[in-house]
Design a protein around this ligand. Structure first.
Ligand code: GAP
Length: 402
């Protein structure tokens, strides 16, 4: 276990009420209700300055580990509006001339674009079966009961892998991706015991599916789906072949066997990941100095919205301020860095703990003598003294995913 992994382990803590996360998100600029000044729209949210950083980090880490580090997986980004024959969901119209406007639909699941683009990807890239196509994108559902903050929304974002295989290899790849995705989630949470598989019962399985599993996470809402691992067989490509009239079968370049590829799908929610990670990371703990409790977000350093805060010990000492600003300007080219000189140092540490910043760099009087700074780590509040020159590498090693 690396030093970083060790430090993200939290002691066993009670489950966090959703209201605490809602309040933190609003207070610190992670998530706001959409159109709030007009009374809001149920089941739709906007992401604030810290929320967008966290969300981008979550997305980028998924993309890196699913697309960029797998040679047999490529990515696409499909449009939100699709041809009317693809959907029966939220309606919209394209065209400006009355009578010539076409009714189209906002997609209800992001994965359909992958089937629609499957043939184009195959012809325009050097992919061969087995291979996968990934996408992250918005989906829209007229949920009857949106609720529990980001858990069930009407506009949300999904990440999908559709992995195309020869039917004889379906079980092998299903098992592979099922385990891969489980380990992926396990790697970014503190409470590993709150993650499990749930097999779908015969009454839940689609008629073409031999099996399906949900990866579930336990919160105050109980055990809930985080991601689905689905056996889609040849259902989607066969149906699109039938309805579009385009032949979507694949010819093996060596054996010349012709078949409709079978599909393993892994489909999860970006927003549900966002919410689960906050629920997993949030903790209120007594201050060891006994003065006040602190709220700390034990987010994995790979995903934390702000990686480092640079703090001069005192605001009224020009040399401290100039040196701290100089360090901040160098670090912000490499990672998200915040400069903060408002309030006493303890209060500034608390502010950073509450948003999950894994490291605080303090510039003090010793810095002016020997060009060293204090680096304080979020989870255990331990401190090390480092030369300013060593800072970039020290931090990068701990905040960059590997
Ligand atoms: N293509 C398969 C599919 O869409 P799904 O189980 O309906 O499967 C996949 O959705 C994931 O999308 C879920 O595991 C969940 O994380 C997320 N999700 C589904 N509906 C959602 C909603 N209303 N709000 C937020 N996330 C949602």
């Amino acid at each position: 276990m690396t030093q970083t992994e060790e430090k993200t382990q939290a002691p066993d803590t009670p489950m966090v009420p959703i209201e605490k996360i809602v309040s933190l998100c609003k207070r610190r600029g992670f998530v706001y209700p959409n159109s709030e000044i007009y009374g809001g729209v149920s089941g739709i949210y906007d992401f604030g300055p810290l929320g967008v950083e966290l969300r981008n980090n979550i997305r980028r880490y998924w993309w890196w580990s699913m697309v960029q580090t797998n040679d047999n997986v490529v990515g696409i980004e499909g449009s939100i509006i699709t041809h009317p024959r693809v959907w029966l969901m939220m309606e919209t119209y394209i065209g400006v001339v009355e009578g010539e406007r076409m009714k189209t639909y906002l997609r209800g699941e992001a994965c359909q674009n992958i089937y629609l683009d499957y043939d184009n990807v195959l012809k325009s890239s050097r992919t061969q079966i087995p291979f996968g196509i990934c996408q992250i994108g918005k989906a829209f559902r007229n949920e009857v009961t949106p609720g529990n903050f980001l858990f069930r929304q009407r506009e949300f974002e999904q990440w999908d892998l559709q992995f195309f295989v020869h039917p004889s290899e379906m079980q092998k790849w299903f098992d592979y991706w099922k385990q891969f995705r489980f380990e992926w989630y396990k790697g970014i949470i503190n409470h590993k015991d709150r993650l499990r598989f749930r097999a779908h019962g015969p009454d839940e399985l689609a008629h073409y599916a031999k099996q399906a599993f949900d990866i579930e996470y336990q919160t105050v809402l109980g055990w809930q789906e985080w991601e689905g691992i689905h056996w889609r067989q040849d259902w989607d490509l066969s149906r699109h072949s039938q309805f579009s009239g385009q032949d979507l079968s694949y010819t093996d370049p060596e054996t010349k066997e012709r078949y409709i590829p079978w599909i393993v799908e892994t489909s999860g929610g970006v927003d549900r990941t966002f919410l689960n990670l906050l629920l997993d990371a949030y903790e209120e703990e007594p201050d060891p100095t006994g003065k006040e409790s602190r709220t700390v977000l034990r987010l994995h350093p790979w995903l934390a919205p702000v990686k480092v805060a640079v703090l001069p010990l005192q605001k009224n000492k020009e040399e401290l301020v100039t040196t701290a600003k100089d360090i901040h300007k160098k670090l912000r080219r490499l990672m998200v860095s915040q400069y903060d000189d408002i309030a006493n140092i303890g209060r500034r540490y608390r502010r950073q703990d509450e948003i999950g910043t894994p490291f605080c760099v303090t510039v003090d009087f010793q810095t002016l003598d020997d060009k060293t700074v204090t680096v304080r780590e979020r989870d255990h509040m331990t401190q090390v003294r480092l030369a300013i020159d060593e800072l970039p590498m020290y931090l990068l090693e701990r905040v960059m995913w590997k």
